[in-house]
Ligand binder design. Structure first.
Ligand code: ADP
Ligand code: ADP
Length: 222
């Protein structure tokens, strides 16, 4: 379970987050939506430990996230900068598993499994520059899945792919990520996407971002 408790953040004199209070239950997929500039990415980066919040606390299963970096994975919008260009898809997916102390054979098995789950079993040996944007983003998602984090953070993960790929990737997230039982926080500016994907949709208001709404979504499962 993720607890975001009165988190504030300022960049110099500019206040980006004005006190965010938000709790994600285990296994929940929560979409954080709001206008451009309201602080969504800042919030996600605070949770990821990439930005040190100016105030407040963020706990993952009761422990400050800054002390449990191994329990989370992040998928960014910019897939072109998130994969190592000199490594194959499989090697990109397998790389973070070294942190877990997994041996070479186990890393390979886990990488191949994750690539299969995202529909890229046949592309394990391909390099990023040999793949479309959508495929590269699938590899990024596979890397996150292989790591088996308890918390998955996604920042506009489908913001840079075409409409058809976007739909495919949205369904992939619902199918695969939900199946893994991970807690997911997904940031998007797209209301339709947030309602389609989220168990809950949390609305951030304009900067300084605060939670302006927290809506339970009940739609028939896709
Ligand atoms: P969103 O993801 O909702 O578009 P961001 O969290 O990226 O919003 O940004 C929130 C506000 O903080 C914006 O006004 C943005 O210009 C500002 N901001 C973001 N990053 C920085 C930074 N590194 N330095 C200064 N201002 C920043
Ligand atoms: P190493 O540098 O020890 O090979 P890596 O972290 O680069 O370790 O790779 C981890 C695992 O991923 C290895 O077991 C490797 O065999 C496997 N791997 C790397 N590239 C590919 C590929 N193109 N196809 C299948 N498996 C691969």
């Amino acid at each position: 379970m993720l607890e975001i408790i009165d988190v504030t953040h300022t960049y110099g004199a500019y206040q980006a987050l004005g006190g965010v209070k938000l709790t994600l239950a285990e296994g929940e997929l929560v979409c954080v939506v709001g206008p451009s500039g309201c602080g969504k990415s800042t919030l996600l980066r605070c949770v990821a430990g990439l930005v040190q919040p100016t105030g407040g606390r963020i706990l993952l299963d009761g422990v400050p996230v800054s002390q449990t970096p191994d329990n989370l994975a992040v998928v960014f919008q910019d897939y072109s900068r998130s994969l190592f260009p000199w490594m194959s898809a499989a090697a990109n997916v397998a790389l973070p598993l070294r942190r877990k102390g997994m041996d070479r054979a186990s890393r390979r098995t886990a990488a191949m499994e994750a690539l299969e789950q995202v529909g890229l079993a046949g592309a394990a040996g391909k390099y990023p520059w040999e793949m479309s944007g959508g495929m590269q983003q699938r590899v990024s998602i596979a890397r996150a899945l292989a790591y088996r984090p308890s918390l998955l953070l996604m920042d506009e993960p489908f913001g840079s792919v075409d409409a058809q790929t976007r739909e495919d990737l949205e369904d992939l997230v619902l199918r695969v990520c939900a199946h893994h039982g991970m807690t997911i926080m997904l940031v998007t500016h797209d209301i339709d996407e947030s309602v389609y994907l989220g168990d809950r949709v949390v609305v951030l208001s304009r900067s300084p971002g605060t939670v302006a709404g927290d809506l339970q979504v009940s739609l028939p499962s896709p």
